[in-house]
Design a protein around this ligand. Structure first.
Ligand SMILES: [Zn+2]
Ligand SMILES: [Zn+2]
Length: 381
């Protein structure tokens, strides 16, 4: 395999252009796995990295973005016989990969048991720089070379499409572990992007008795929220005054006291501030959406937190446990993952797709929910 080449679409610099290069396909070293990519979800987080709006994560450019990766085993390095949980692995098996790599040595990995805050955190999709070997270090390409010894990959036993949701599902599972939903609970899922829609589906499966999903203006997403299990929806285009949406939540909460649990998947201060109004006294807010800095807002520790006796929990990224717990969920026919895929685009359309997501525009005349990069799609159509 060493003398053959394949493509990777590399981001040259922050705010720069994506350029497809041809690079030699690596033979996996002992302990490594070469993955043939089938699909890679195009994610809003990549827009933030592209626009350099995240906290400096220390990327060395060029990088190969793309972290919602589904594919098959192309070649196994010496000594690799199973996945992370001991399922036997052979060439051709479909796998999903946890892009984040945690060190298993630092305080957060070993003592705090929150590896997602690892002090030596690295992630396929931004690491290592991709103009050097092994080049195939992210999801926007024909291959991913899984070479770090702490990498986590899992055989999925479901379709390529569903496997591409493993990473976002792990974000959702992490937030659900914090949310601790109980039977009879009224849950509000703030936001109906891909993470919000997956959250809605999982909250219902986790036992939410009434689920209220909110969205801004993309009505297709609110229709999907109902298909994913929402009992009621709030469209902020119809209900722009936070007083009205709060009243709606209270009137429709099963015990008329507000939501037991609110999960925010919207990356704005206004979205989070509204959650403070939705939650009942002694309820829980889980914050997922403000993954990048969206500013500050007025917060009254007495009125907003202590008097209400609420819990506010930040749920950052994900780690191996969340991927393992996501395996049955991506295979669960009650979660209509296929309906979320609105576009499949070729490798050369990654930049155009990220641009449309960043601007909140349609792509090819169609509202976006989830775009998948499919390396077998013909270019230039
Ligand atoms: Zn993502
Ligand atoms: Zn660590």
């Amino acid at each position: 395999m060493a003398n053959k080449t394949a493509r990777a679409n590399l981001l040259s610099e922050p705010k720069g252009d994506f350029v497809i290069g041809e690079y030699p396909i690596p033979d996996p070293a002992p302990g490594a796995v070469l993955m043939k990519i089938e699909l890679c979800g195009v994610c809003g987080t990549d827009v933030h990295t592209w626009h350099a709006s995240q906290e400096d994560v220390g990327c060395e450019y060029p990088i190969s973005l793309g972290h919602e990766i589904s594919g098959t085993v192309a070649a196994l390095g010496k000594g690799v016989t199973t996945d992370y949980i001991g399922q036997p692995l052979k060439v051709g098996d479909r796998i999903g990969v946890c892009p984040a790599i945690h060190c298993h040595k630092c305080y957060y990995c070993m003592i705090a048991k929150t590896p997602e805050k690892c002090t030596d955190w690295k992630t396929y999709g931004t690491w290592p720089r991709a103009d050097q070997e092994p080049h195939f270090t992210g999801g926007y390409g024909d291959y991913l070379y899984i070479h770090d010894p702490n990498s986590v990959y899992l055989k999925t036993n479901t379709s390529a499409e569903r496997t591409a949701f493993l990473e976002p599902m792990a974000v959702v599972v992490h937030s659900l572990l914090h949310a601790q939903i109980k039977p009879g609970d009224t849950v509000v899922v703030q936001g109906s992007g891909p993470i919000g829609l997956l959250t809605t589906a999982c909250c219902k499966i986790a036992g939410a008795s009434r689920l209220i999903a909110t969205g801004r203006r993309n009505r297709k997403r609110l229709e999907l929220a109902k298909e994913m299990g929402a009992d009621l929806t709030i469209c902020h285009a119809d209900m722009s005054d936070p007083k009205d949406s709060k009243e709606f939540v209270f009137d429709n909460s099963l015990n008329l006291v507000g939501a037991d649990v609110v999960i925010n998947t919207v990356g704005t201060c206004e979205g989070f501030a509204e959650c403070l109004g939705f939650v009942r006294n002694s309820g829980t807010i889980v914050e997922v959406g403000n993954f990048v800095d969206s500013g500050t807002f007025a917060f009254n520790p007495c009125r907003d937190l202590l008097e209400k006796g609420i819990k506010i929990i930040g749920s950052f990224d994900n780690e191996a446990e969340h991927f393992v717990r996501s395996l049955p969920l991506i295979a669960d026919p009650r979660i209509h993952l296929e309906k979320l895929i609105t576009h499949k685009v070729p490798l050369g359309d990654v930049q155009r797709s990220l641009d449309a997501i960043g601007k909140g525009e349609k792509l090819d005349g169609k509202e976006i929910v989830k775009i998948m990069m499919d390396p077998t799609s013909p270019e230039g159509n």
